[in-house]
Design a protein around this ligand. Structure first.
Ligand SMILES: Cc1cc2nc3c(=O)[nH]c(=O)nc-3n(C[C@H](O)[C@H](O)[C@H](O)COP(=O)(O)OP(=O)(O)OC[C@H]3O[C@@H](n4cnc5c(N)ncnc54)[C@H](O)[C@@H]3O)c2cc1C
Length: 409
């Protein structure tokens, strides 16, 4: 009698949204998972995150969405407004419509809550699957990366062997550097400032359960509810402003810097901005800044796979946040990878290559659309007039991209 072949043994570098998702998807397909995350405890910083139906559908299938029931919000509408006049440029219903049209909700959630839900779900899977998460362990090298073998060098001196290495270690990916050595991501010249305000501290008129986007020349603002509707998450993105420590998401900045970056605002937006504490007793404004980087859209499957090493999420295709799909693509990648690897250890390199073939064009399209959206959001002069007219005429179609949300894996 033949011994059955073992399922692939997957080594994941990075325990952010993409790495944890890959761990869950692969474990649910019966693969052996070893995940290495440099931080201790495995945690997450940052602001809110929007999750379209293309990704809530996957989170639901994994059993993660119910874990977010208390914290996730389902906004009523997506509304685009002009920053200077406050005029509504276009709107599209979200709640109800997303479920009806795409079979899954559109939700907004704090990144920390999403991260915690993924982490606890992976932990629960470890009871029945062969999964181990090594926190406080950085990946420092790739060993024997070839068609036959692959392994990781860890900062504790250990070398671990597996059938596939997944580089889910984010924008400044060590795995990408080691296997592709193709340079650093590009600074976009855009800076994101984020703050959150207790909903009760906002003027009543601003407590909407909507995703609102305010568009102005060289800047825009997005805000939406998180934490079960108790908190409003606010992100300001501006061009041509002072840059900050490139790897940190926690650079402190003065309120005045953010207000100056934004320029002229209508009364309603000024009120929202004024609701962020100017300074606490410690002098901290409540605003945090981080620089935005991206890479050109991926050109082929070779950008995602090399022998037994694959990339996913920001390590593979970092993008501007103007389509709110970076984490979503990491989660889709994770699902795609698990489909490709499900089964036994035979033909792993071919199956990793299939993963790359099925993912690269979609990720490239999302990267390119995000870049284009940035230009459209920040338009001035005649381009702005054209944008406003188009939003008026075709707002629903532009703000509800079926190719993106209706994608089924
Ligand atoms: C302003 C802004 C708003 C955004 N809004 C949205 C949104 O609304 N919706 C959306 O879908 N996306 C959004 N994104 C994008 C999203 O945040 C990212 O695309 C997503 O977090 C990428 O996940 P990741 O797991 O690939 O990388 P990361 O989240 O960066 O995780 C990488 C992990 O790897 C670990 N790591 C790094 N190096 C090593 C190493 N050598 N060894 C071990 N571990 C290592 C890190 O500690 C980290 O935990 C936004 C981004 C920005 C900047």
């Amino acid at each position: 009698m033949q011994t059955p072949l073992l399922s692939p043994h997957v080594l994941i570098a990075g325990g952010g949204i993409g790495g944890l998702s890959a761990g869950i998807a692969c474990a649910q397909k019966g693969l052996t998972v070893r995940l290495y995350e440099r931080s201790t405890p495995v945690g997450d910083v940052g602001a809110g995150i929007q999750l379209g139906p293309n990704v809530t559908r996957i989170l639901d299938a994994w059993g993660v969405l119910p874990r977010l029931a208390q914290q996730a919000c389902e906004p009523e509408r997506l509304v685009a407004r002009a920053m200077a006049s406050g005029r509504v440029l276009g709107e599209v219903p979200l709640r109800g419509r997303a479920r009806e049209k795409y079979g899954a909700p559109y939700v907004t959630v704090h990144r920390g809550d999403l991260h915690a839900a993924l982490f606890s779900h992976l932990g629960a899977l470890a009871d029945s699957a062969d999964v181990f998460v090594h926190a406080g362990t950085a990946v420092t090298g790739l060993v024997q990366a070839s068609t036959d073998d692959v392994g990781l060098q860890l900062d504790n001196g250990q070398i671990v062997q597996g059938d596939a290495v997944v580089g889910a270690d984010g924008l400044w990916s060590a795995v990408r550097g080691l296997a592709w050595n193709d340079g650093s991501p590009t600074a976009t010249g855009h800076v994101a400032y984020r703050a959150s305000v207790a909903m009760g501290d906002l003027p009543k008129a601003l407590r909407a359960m909507d995703v609102t986007v305010w568009l102005g020349p060289r800047a825009h603002v997005v805000h939406y509810p998180i934490r079960g509707g108790q908190t409003m998450n606010i992100v300001v993105i501006a061009e041509g402003v002072p840059v900050v420590d490139r790897e940190s998401w926690e650079n402190r900045v003065r309120s005045q810097t953010v207000h100056e970056a934004l320029g002229t605002c209508c009364a309603a937006l000024s009120e929202l901005m004024a609701a962020v504490p100017m300074a606490s007793a410690s002098g901290d404004s409540g605003w945090r800044a981080w620089q935005l980087f991206d890479r050109a859209p991926v050109q082929s499957g070779d950008a995602l796979v090399r022998d037994r090493v694959v990339l996913l999420g920001d390590a593979a295709h970092p993008m501007r946040p103007y389509l709110a799909q970076g984490a979503a693509m990491a989660i889709e990648d994770a699902q795609g990878l698990s489909y490709a690897l499900a089964g036994d250890v035979s033909g792993v390199t071919q199956r990793l290559s299939n993963y790359a073939d099925t993912r690269w064009q979609r990720c490239a399209r999302v990267q390119a659309t995000a870049r284009r959206n940035g230009d459209v959001f920040h338009a001035s002069g005649l381009t702005r007039l054209g944008r406003d007219a188009a939003m008026w005429a075709m707002g629903r179609r532009l703000m509800d991209p079926a190719w993106l949300y209706g994608y089924a894996m």
